[in-house]
Structure formats: C-alpha cells, structure tokens
Design a protein around this ligand. Sequence first.
Ligand SMILES: [Fe+2]
Length: 269
Amino acid sequence: MPSTPTAAPPAIPPPDGHDPRCIPHKLTQPLPVGEACVYPRYSPEEHDVWRTLYARMAELLPGRAADEFLTGLTALDLDREKIPSLAAVSRQLHHATGWQIARTPGLLDAHDFFGYLARRIFPCTDYIRGRHELDYTPAPDCFHDIFGHTPMIMHPRFADFYQRIGQAALACRDPALEEQLTRLYWFTVEFGLVRNPGGLRIYGNGIISSAGETLHSLTDRVEQRPFVPEKTALQPYDIWHFQDVLWVVDSFDRLESEFVRWAKSHGLL
Ligand SMILES: [Fe+2]
C-alpha cells in the first residue's frame, strides 16, 4: 500500500507526524517509465548510505529471507557500491516477468499507485534516506523500493499476484472491503512470511527493510498463522510497533491462487 512505512516503525510516532515525504502525490501527468527514468546526480554520501544499507542487509538476510527473494536479488545483481539506475532495474524486471519501473516523486495516491500495479509497472523512488535514518524512514526511499521490493517482482508468481492486487484495488468501491485489501497487502507484500524447505522465511519488505523487524519476525514472540485471506483480511495492524501476528504462505502459487479466489468471491476480479 503506498501509505505503508518503509521499515519497522519506531516505538514512538514522530512528534508532528507530518513528514512531507508521507503526503501522497495525486498525479497530474504520467510518470516516466523504464528508459525514460533519468539517473540523478547522487552525492558520494548518498552512494555511501546505499553501500552501508546493502552491506548490513546482505549480512542479515541469508537464512532469514525467502529463497525466492534471495534468488531475485542474485539475478538482479544490484550494484552494492552505488545506487542503481531505475532504467537498468526496469530492463531486468521486464526481461524476467514483464514488469517495468516508473520513477515516482514519493508516495502516490492509492488510485494512481494501484493503476500502475495493475499494468505491471512498479512506482519506485530514486532518492535515498539520510544517514540518520538508516534504521527507519517514514516514507519509501530507493533502498526500500529497489532492494526491498524488486527481488520479489522477479518471481513470476509473486509478480502475477502483485498485479492482481492492483487490479482488485481498482475495482474496489466498498470502503470496508478496501480496508480488508489494505490488510492483505500489509500482511503479504510488506509483512509476509513463507515456508521454504529450509524453514520459515521472510518475503515482506516491511520486515526486510528493517534489521530489528527481521530479527523479531522469526521468533516465538510472533504468532505465525497460515495465510487464509478471509482471516488475514480481518487482522488489524499497528504501524508503530513490531507485528505480533504474521501470516505464512506455503508457496507463491498458493498466495496468488488464494488471493484470486478471495478477490473473485468479492467481485473484484
Ligand atoms: Fe513498501
């Protein structure tokens, strides 16, 4: 969901709660897509923040992140030293799953965001958080979007599921059902767990973006329940604390088929 935070939130909300990066943009013109995404002039400090974040997560994720996430990350072969170009990542996604990247100035209005997902285009930021925000940033940056989200979009079934969420959201007119869809998005794309042959693993980017949430999510302090859309959609979440309940899928085939079944049962697909 475009309004989800990038990482495990701090225990205390920001005092004013009005970080300008958290205000969704309502688009008045289409975003640049693929080769039209111009590479910004990053400072050495900005590249260094990317390098630092990448090194930290590369150490933490083996044995914790889903095989599918790590396979996608390996296939993307992102530069560890410099912020990658959106155009280059878009080319790789397009080759793998037919997705592309659009450069977004920040959070998008929900309708705009889902409109892009429905067309297999992932809106992606190209700015990076400051060094004082290594552990938490309230709005997506390119480390969250590129490192955290694009590896799963390299997976064919997850890529289809992600498009289905966009399509279902565009068709949704009922606020109560929208809330359920938001929860399904939250507990899969941002906070999902999967059972791999080696054990329970993380694929949700809200976890992967956060060292603290990554360590927390696989412990017995979290109740891990089998993903059933009808149940997951009724589970409230708290964006300001680590999650107490997470939902586990057996496979991404199953995630997609269960979501499609749920969405069809509500006339959204
Ligand atoms: Fe996200």
